[in-house]
Structure formats: C-alpha cells, structure tokens
Design a protein around this ligand. Structure first.
Ligand code: NAD
Length: 435
C-alpha cells in the first residue's frame, strides 16, 4: 500500500489496486446482505465523481497569449465537501489528479474531518512565469473552478508550487466572479479556499501544523511502544524545510533526541542531540546547516543510522529497494508524501520496521485547513493555543485507531490506516443510500 505508482501502473491504476486490496480485507466485516452494496461502493470509489478540465488562456507580459491545461478532480463527497490542493507543475496530468483526489478522500477520513477528496492542477512550470503572469493564471484557474467549488461543495488549498498568495488571488477572483454572475446569495469566499495568509482568513498554527501533527503522532506512538523516556528516543530527519523543521523543533521541545537533520545539500549529525532553532538560525544566516565544527555525514549514512525513528520529510521515493535494507530505525514516520516505494515497503515489512504512513503522519496540515474553514464559516478566529489544542486529540486518536486496527487485523500500519479510512467512506455511502 503506497501513495506511489507501482511499476507499469499509472498513478490512478495504482490507487485502484490499493483500494481493491483494502476491499478484500474489509468485505467480511459487512453483513452478507450488505455485501452487494459494499461491492458497489468500492466500484464507485474506483473513479472520481467527476473530473473537470479546461484550457486556460492568459496574456503573457510580451502581449502574446498562452494556453495552459487545467484540471479539478472531485473524487468523493460522501463524508463532506470535496477537499484538496491545487498544484502547478509540468508533470500534472489527468491521471495524477485523479489518483491524488482519491488519496485525499482517504486522508480526510483518517482524522475524521468532515471532508471528501479532490485535487487540482495546472500543467505549467511556474518558475518560468513572471509574478504578473502567475497572478493571471491563478485568477483564470479560480474562474474555471468557480462554478463547482464553494464552502459546501469543494474547498481547494495550496499544494506543490502554490501558496497563500495564490490562494488570496483565487479568493478575490472567486468573489468577483460570484458578484458578476449571481443574482442573490454570494457564497463565503474565505471559506472556499484554505491555506490563506493570516489576515485574509488564514488560521493561526497552519505553518507548523504538519510537522507538529507528526509529533503528536510520535507521542501517541511512544505510549504504544512503551518508550518512557523521550531522551532515549533518537530521531533522524531527512529534509529541513517547513515540515522537517517543525517536526524537529517540537520533538526537541518535548525532550526527544534529534540526532540528524538534512537538506538537499548536507546532513548534520550529533549523537547527543541537535538544537533545531540554532540549526535553522544558522541556515537562515549562512545558507547552510553546518559550520566548520559540525559533524557531517552522507545521505546513505543518514538512512542507515542506528536510531529509534527515521522521518523522511523531503521528497517522494526517498526510500527505495536499494536503501530500504540498510534502515536500522525501529519506526519510520512518513512526513513527506509518498517517500517509500512499494518495493521498499515490502522490504521494511520483512525487516519488521513499523511505518506510520503519510496519509496519517502528515494529516495535521489538512486538519488545520479544516479548522481554518470552520473559523471562516463562523467569522470568529481562534488563538494559536486553541488551534493546537484541537489538533492534538485528532492526530493522537488517528494513530490509536490505526494501531488498534493493525492489532485486530494483523496487518501493517499502512494497511490498517487505509482500512479504517475506506471503511468510514463506504459506511457513509451506505448510510446515504448512494449505492
Ligand atoms: P519544503 O520545500 O519546505 O522543504 C523540503 C526540504 O527538503 C528542504 O529542506 C530541502 O532542502 C529538502 N530536500 C530536498 N531535496 C532533498 C534531498 N535530496 N535530500 C534531503 N533533503 C532534501 O517542503 P515541505 O512543505 O516541508 O514538504 C516536505 C514534504 O512534506 C513534501 O513531500 C510535501 O508534499 C509533504 N507535505 C507537506 C505539507 C505541508 O503542510 N507543508 C503537508 C503534507 C505533506
């Protein structure tokens, strides 16, 4: 079970294969008279409800016109409005957004937030656009999706190469579109997009939410693993960007020993434990994680460190069949999306490494997006402490639920997580009588 495509399979075909594997394990849990409807639900979930596609034409700075292909895949909304990011990347494809929207349906279900799954994207290399061109393209995308998004319909967010500024442009364009086209009621524009900047309806705590959510998962796991003293739990982290840094900081604040962190250039190691705030300050000041006194190791050595927990927080496909066998960590907490290839996953399983899958470990981001939406709907904003106090129980419960399912069904944490998520979506399809 992986958020990755298997060899020879498209990403969406892989998502369907995963779903079928989970369905096989779940089917017997349904009463014989419900099994036909269960099969119909799995069939329904094998394709998105709809995939919207458009050619967006924008005027470039030199006065010429350029066309970009854009998508919005809405997979399932049985548990609540469709929810998912928008990515700007040359590799975006219809197949990819279909797969990613399917995985979003499971990710929303993992922490129980009342959303379904969707995903959007534009085939574009945003580095080749000026700020003005990027704004025009973002506005064109908002106008394309405006008829089929909204607080109770589909709630987009940032994803790869999109950010709060892009969401701000989209909110503004969506609002203008509604004022131009709707005669009566205008849907709440702030509650239509999440990941917005603070001040334009963004939520306190969003920046650190993904990394911190992973640390809440770590804390719940520590109880299950009977790790009593955090200082005896050593952690190596690959990637020191938003997610990696906040994971390191919050883990260190709780007394865990963060012994290694890396970026695309270097790996910094100290077996006595690093101070993440000093490391980030050094990186900001000097553009590097290390100085002449630092102990530096290679990426291969990072993966092979004899630590309690390894945290991939950088790229997809970081753990492969070539390096999985060298991993000595007891536990992997997948903070990046899709860091483990399916072949590597099999090796980790054989070696008894417990893997907390990405859809659970990094769900703190989408969960805080949900809090942002709730605040926008109420027009009432929570303090930083309030946001974190609401995130903690949801993340910890998600880990406990997956753990219990793993024990009950004798499957991996990854499979257990998917089983719980798919079951909650199927149950809602049955309850609603959609199948
Ligand atoms: P980021 O761009 O802030 O940071 C990425 C980090 O990875 C940087 O430190 C970069 O130097 C490092 N890196 C790049 N190539 C590397 C390599 N070859 N080896 C080691 N390090 C390398 O990105 P982010 O927001 O922290 O996201 C990291 C991962 O988490 C991605 O997979 C992303 O999809 C996932 N994720 C992020 C969020 C979020 O809220 N930001 C939510 C869910 C999932």
């Amino acid at each position: 079970m992986k958020d990755k495509k298997q060899k020879g399979q498209s990403a969406h075909a892989h998502a369907v294969t995963q779903l079928q594997q989970v369905a096989e394990l779940l089917r017997d849990a349904y009463a014989p008279e419900d099994r036909e409807r269960f099969d119909a639900a799995i069939e329904k979930l094998s394709e998105p409800d709809q995939v919207h596609e458009a050619k967006l034409v924008i005027t470039m700075d030199d006065g010429s016109e350029q066309t970009f292909t854009a998508f919005r895949s809405q997979h399932d909304n049985a548990r609540g409005p469709y929810k998912g990011g928008i990515r700007f990347h040359p590799n975006v494809s219809k197949d990819e957004v279909k797969a990613l929207s399917t995985w979003m349906t499971w990710k929303s279900a993992v922490t129980g937030i009342p959303y379904g799954g969707s995903k959007g994207g534009i085939i574009v290399d945003p580095r080749k656009l000026s700020a003005g061109e990027l704004q025009r393209l973002s506005r064109a995308y908002a106008r394309f999706v405006a008829p089929f998004v909204g607080p109770w319909v589909d709630v987009p967010a940032p994803d790869v190469n999109t950010n709060g500024q892009i969401m701000a442009w989209m909110v503004d364009e969506y609002e203008q579109y509604q004022l131009e086209t709707k005669e009566t009621q205008v849907e709440n524009p702030l509650a239509t997009f999440t990941g917005k900047p603070l001040g334009l309806g963004g939520s306190e705590g969003r920046e650190e939410a993904t990394g911190l959510g992973g640390v809440y998962v770590l804390e719940a796991l520590a109880e299950k693993m009977a790790w009593e003293d955090p200082s005896e739990v050593s952690i190596a982290i690959q990637g020191f960007g938003n997610v990696g840094y906040w994971f390191a900081q919050h883990a260190a604040d709780r007394g865990y020993r963060v012994v290694a962190v890396s970026d695309s250039k270097q790996v910094l190691f100290d077996e006595n434990g690093l101070n993440p705030s000093e490391v980030i300050a050094h990186k900001k000041a000097h553009g590097s994680l290390t100085d002449e006194t630092s102990k530096v190791i290679t990426n291969e050595e990072l993966l092979a460190l004899d630590v309690t927990v390894f945290v991939p927080a950088a790229l997809e496909n970081a753990i492969t069949k070539e390096n999985a066998g060298s991993i000595k960590a007891e536990v992997i907490i997948e903070m990046a999306n899709g860091p483990t290839t399916p072949e590597a996953d099999e090796i980790l399983k054989q070696n008894g490494v417990l893997v907390v899958p990405d859809v659970l470990a990094n769900a703190g981001g989408v969960t805080t997006s949900y809090f942002e939406w709730v605040q926008n709907l109420h027009g009432y904003y929570w303090s930083h402490a309030e946001v974190l106090s609401k995130l903690e129980p949801l993340m910890k419960q998600a880990l406990i639920d997956a753990w219990n399912m793993k024990v009950k069904s004798m499957v991996t944490m990854r499979m257990a997580t998917y089983m719980k998520a798919v079951k909650s979506v199927v149950d809602m399809l049955l309850l609603r009588g959609r199948v």
